[in-house]
Ligand binder design. Structure first.
Ligand SMILES: *Cc1c(COP(=O)(O)O)cnc(C)c1O
Length: 348
């Protein structure tokens, strides 16, 4: 079924005349540029960045095996989430559906945009509640947020199940793949060319080790990318960021990803023998969600040892759980040592 994604776009965005930058109106590498009121004194940063990020998109296109037309680059995935909300959801009229527990930004972006968020709890063992998600949809539902591998549960959903939602739901299905590089399952990005309502989010913040640079991707149908590009700030990715990201993308991450996966297995194995650990959820990401006897007490104990983990005890569905990011072997060793100390301190 061919879906007309334009039906889901806010009228204001369809009618928008986007800002046209000086560089949109005239593009040339060489020349005397007196069109953008920039300073003429070269310091490496005196010129505005390319609003279309052509060079970086070409590099990412090669890396991901996807056309440049299918790539939106955001100031972190967080920008992509907010821009999607503004492209598709009419404040106080439309709603979005999302899985829960999941990444907190979907809810925040919806709240900021005054868009109702309908959360659907994951099923047993954090399975994807396909039928419940579809049941939450009404005529004002514009988007559905999924995250696979999911944060904070760590599991990835089956491709067939996600694609069932993409087929059955007419609006936009956002699949956040922030942790895909650590997963054994394949990315859904190859599906965006044949599914105009699928948006795959990826990020440079996790496996690519560039959280400080703020670069996230939305991989989608070219029309969706076009709409998102009209709504974003024209110069959302700055010159310094583009240069550094471009350099760092030339480095291989495979060894580091392998190392983190190995470390994940070691931490999991060691924790499984701990008397204070009740359950370790299987993870396809660079963290482990661990259910312990007293999450708050263990969290405070670790803080006192200078080890900061994420306490998810108050998150519905994650009661009693801590989320542990996999660090270097030394960091993980320190974590495991402290957990052993904690165990001894309460057994006594
Ligand atoms: C960390 C994370 C991101 C990354 O967001 P950025 O803004 O790109 O740093 C996106 N989605 C999920 C689910 C995450 O956990």
């Amino acid at each position: 079924m061919v879906k007309d994604i334009n039906k889901y776009v806010r009228r204001a965005i369809l009618q928008l005349t986007p800002y046209s930058t000086a560089r949109d109106e005239y593009q040339c590498e060489l020349g005397i540029f007196l069109d953008a009121n920039e300073s003429p004194y070269e310091n490496g940063y005196n010129r505005y960045p390319d609003p279309h990020q052509k060079a970086l998109k070409a590099q990412i296109a090669t890396l991901k095996g996807i056309a440049t037309d299918n790539i939106f680059i955001g100031n972190g995935s967080d920008e992509a989430i907010d821009v999607l909300m503004r492209v598709f959801c009419e404040p106080r009229v439309d709603n979005v559906v999302a899985i829960a527990p999941s990444y907190g930004m979907y809810k925040v972006a919806a709240a900021i945009n005054d868009v109702e968020m309908r959360e659907v709890q994951l099923g047993k063992e954090f399975s994807l509640p396909v039928d419940e998600l579809l049941a939450a949809v009404d005529e004002h539902t514009k988007m559905m947020f999924l995250c696979s591998p999911n944060n904070p549960t760590g599991n990835a959903f089956e491709r067939e199940q996600i694609m069932r939602l993409v087929e059955a739901f007419e609006g936009v299905v956002v699949v956040d793949e922030a942790y895909i590089d650590f997963a054994d399952v394949e990315s859904l990005r190859s599906e965006v060319v044949s599914h105009p309502n699928l948006v795959v989010l990826q990020t440079m913040s996790k496996a690519w080790a560039m959280a400080g640079l703020r670069v996230g991707l939305a991989l989608a149908d070219s029309r969706v990318v076009e709409l998102m590009s009209e709504v974003k700030y024209p110069y959302n990715i700055n010159v310094a960021t583009m240069q550094i990201v471009s350099e760092l993308l030339r480095e291989q991450i495979d060894d580091k990803v392998q190392q983190i996966k190995q470390q994940r297995a070691i931490v999991e194995q060691t924790l499984s023998e701990s008397a204070v650990v009740r359950k370790i959820y299987p993870s396809q990401a660079n963290f482990l969600l661990v259910k312990v006897d007293d999450a708050d007490a263990m969290y405070e104990f670790l803080i006192a040892k200078g080890i900061i983990v994420r306490n998810r005890n108050k998150v519905r569905g994650c009661e009693g759980c801590l989320r542990l990011t996999v660090g270097t072997p030394e960091e993980n060793g320190a974590l495991l040592k402290s957990i052993l100390e904690y165990e001894k301190s309460i057994v006594r």
